[in-house]
Unconditional design. Structure first.
Length: 358
């Protein structure tokens, strides 16, 4: 066995489809319908394929624990509390976050096709994985997509020492012509909380500018960081952006906000997460083909600039994930030993160990 968190140099690269099937079986064992289970499983494996392992199969055990406790409902029953032309408010009733977010995408795109734009506010949801999973879907259907979500608190208000603000991620994706969707996906913290969990599992230190301890001192210890506070990106600017995402996601939707939201690492409390999604139908602004031609020119121009020392090329937003996905699908997915061990533990607990592909 290699050291914790390390890749075994002799490790087998794994078939992503087999990993999706395994994760789906775990979800189904907890009562999630097969179609919804497949979606939730795909979001996890896709994050790993993109190289976002902090949001990948590492989280399967967290979601499974929430399903088992009833904090997250296995049967997702969404209702429209407001249905007003371009605007809708969707209640997720504590269902599976990935399923709720996917339904919100369809709702937003449908309304954008009718009205030029569609705005969907979501209440009583759960953590749904990476924002870009959903914004890319809209971009592939000719829409500019904006999605944001609040999250369990791990940042203090600027200058304070009490957890109030989540990492509160947001994403924008646009149709990218020949390049595929151009995607921004970012948290308003300097780093996603999942990356600190990942460092803790791997027994690795973290950079000193990621977090402060409970007394407000910089730390490289992930345990101290988790007990303390994650720092916002760009200082006070990240704090302000986190607040605005929380207001649009939680307050506007009528969901929970600030420290009333519970994250996916909490196994027993309903999340109360809220989301805000906007779809802009590009064809309502100009012909989609014209827009995509301009995007092709835009990206080509970005990538044509002289390179700075130490760089081999310029990447457009979302390109690194696209390349990682292509490479991992072609070669197979390589996951750290500790992630595989936890996935195996969950599979045995769920009684689906025969689906393990390793």
């Amino acid at each position: 066995m290699s050291p914790a968190g390390q890749y075994d140099t002799n490790a087998k690269r794994l078939d992503p489809d087999a990993l999706v099937a395994l994760a789906a079986a775990v979800y189904q064992s907890a009562g999630v319908p097969s179609h919804d289970a497949r979606l939730a499983a795909d979001t996890l494996v896709q994050a790993d394929l993109w190289g976002h392992q902090s949001h990948g199969l590492l989280r399967l055990g967290w979601y499974y624990a929430r399903l088992k406790s009833g904090a997250m409902q296995a049967i997702t029953q969404t209702t429209l509390e407001v249905d007003a032309g371009a605007v809708a408010v969707m209640d997720g009733h504590d269902g599976v976050g990935q399923v709720i977010a996917r339904r919100a995408v369809d709702e937003a795109v449908s309304r954008a096709r009718k009205h030029g734009l569609g705005a969907v506010s979501v209440r009583n949801s759960n953590h749904f994985g990476t924002c870009m999973y959903y914004t890319r879907i809209g971009a592939q259907q000719g829409c500019v997509m904006v999605l944001m979500s609040n999250a369990g608190p791990n940042m203090a208000p600027w200058g304070g020492l009490q957890k109030k603000i989540g990492t509160n991620p947001w994403s924008i994706a646009v149709p990218g012509g020949a390049y595929g969707p151009v995607v921004m996906d970012m948290a308003n913290s300097g780093v996603a909380r999942g990356k600190i969990y990942l460092a803790d599992k791997r027994r690795e230190q973290i950079p000193s500018d990621w977090a402060i301890d409970a007394q407000g001192r910089p730390t490289t210890d992930p345990k101290a960081a988790l007990e303390g506070f994650i720092l916002p990106m760009a200082g006070h600017k990240g704090y302000v952006m986190g607040v605005m995402v929380d207001i649009l996601s939680g307050v506007l939707s009528g969901s929970k906000f600030l420290d009333a939201v519970h994250g996916p690492y909490d196994p027993v409390n309903p999340s109360g997460a809220g989301h805000f999604m906007v779809a802009l139908n590009v064809a309502a602004f100009q012909p989609l083909a014209d827009f995509e031609a301009k995007i092709n020119t835009y990206i080509t121009s970005l990538k044509s600039v002289p390179l700075a020392h130490g760089h081999s090329q310029v990447f457009y937003p979302g390109e690194m994930e696209k390349r990682a996905d292509e490479n991992n699908r072609a070669r197979g997915l390589l996951l750290p030993d500790d992630t595989l061990a936890d996935v195996a533990r969950v599979a045995h607990e769920a009684g689906v160990q025969e689906r393990l592909p390793f």
